[in-house]
Design a protein around this ligand. Structure first.
Ligand SMILES: [Mg+2]
Length: 256
């Protein structure tokens, strides 16, 4: 189902009983620091079968779990898969102890060091670009120079924006990369963030369930829907805050 529906309609259907419910974060569960309508019921209904699968590259699973707890939503770090954290874990697995020029906010910088990657913006073996709110002109020039010299660049996520608390689009990693890519347009920077299948595939592996026993909810067909399709999981698109559902109500009162 690719027509957007409200979360309440999802909760009224058969999907919450699936063995694993994979959920996007921004615009699906929260918007800024606001918990979206009916999300507490989703957490209560789905319990340990609920997983967050997000392109977030500002938090770690640990820091996001704490942030959600402060909003009254309990989910342990083990059931939170974030593109930024997974990118660093994949790099450490492929190239243990690599010298990395990491452009990211503090939680990911701390995680990178804890994993054993070595921060090095002078002679890096790899560049990782995340949603770095302090990225500067000189950083853009430097990343472009590394890329031009053949140092591999990885993006934590390709999104160019995510909705802010009032719906205003906020710059994301893909927007930062667009500035670099304008300088070195021949360079390609891969990402394991959605729409790639890596995050939902890892959630299914950890949950120990097959794709057919799971469902994926998210607000963006191009990323959430494509990632779900890539691993064969049914996708339900939820309305964004302020967006009207396209499906009419079944009966008199609107249940969508
Ligand atoms: Mg979203």
């Amino acid at each position: 189902m690719h027509q957007p529906v409200r979360l309440q309609r999802f909760l009224d259907g058969p999907w919450p009983d699936r063995a694993a419910i994979l959920a996007d974060l921004d615009g699906c569960l929260i918007s800024g620091e606001t918990v979206l309508p009916d999300v507490p019921e989703l957490f209560a209904r789905c319990g340990e079968r609920l997983w967050i699968v997000s392109n977030n590259s500002s938090d770690t699973a640990q820091s996001l779990s704490a942030r959600l707890a402060a909003l009254g939503l309990a989910l342990p770090p083990e059931r939170i898969l974030l593109a930024g954290e997974m990118t660093l874990r994949a790099l450490q697995a492929a190239r243990p102890g690599a010298r990395v020029a990491l452009y990211a906010a503090e939680p990911l910088q701390d995680l990178s060091r804890a994993l054993g990657l070595r921060p090095d913006r002078a002679r890096p073996e790899a560049v990782v670009l995340a949603r770095d709110p302090s990225l500067s002109f000189s950083d853009i020039a430097r990343i472009a120079a590394f890329a031009h010299a053949g140092v591999p660049v990885t993006l934590t996520n390709p999104d160019t924006s995510h909705p802010g608390a009032d719906g205003t689009p906020q710059p994301e990693t893909g927007a930062l990369w667009a500035a670099v890519a304008a300088v070195v347009p021949q360079v390609r920077a891969p990402s394991l963030g959605k729409p790639a299948p890596d995050l939902p595939r890892e959630a299914l592996r950890r949950a120990g369930v097959t794709a057919g026993a799971a469902v994926f909810i998210g607000d963006t067909a191009e990323t959430d829907g494509a990632a779900a399709a890539a691993v064969g999981v049914e996708f339900i698109r939820l309305t964004r805050p302020g967006e009207e559902p396209s499906l009419p109500a079944k009966t008199g009162a609107c249940t969508c």
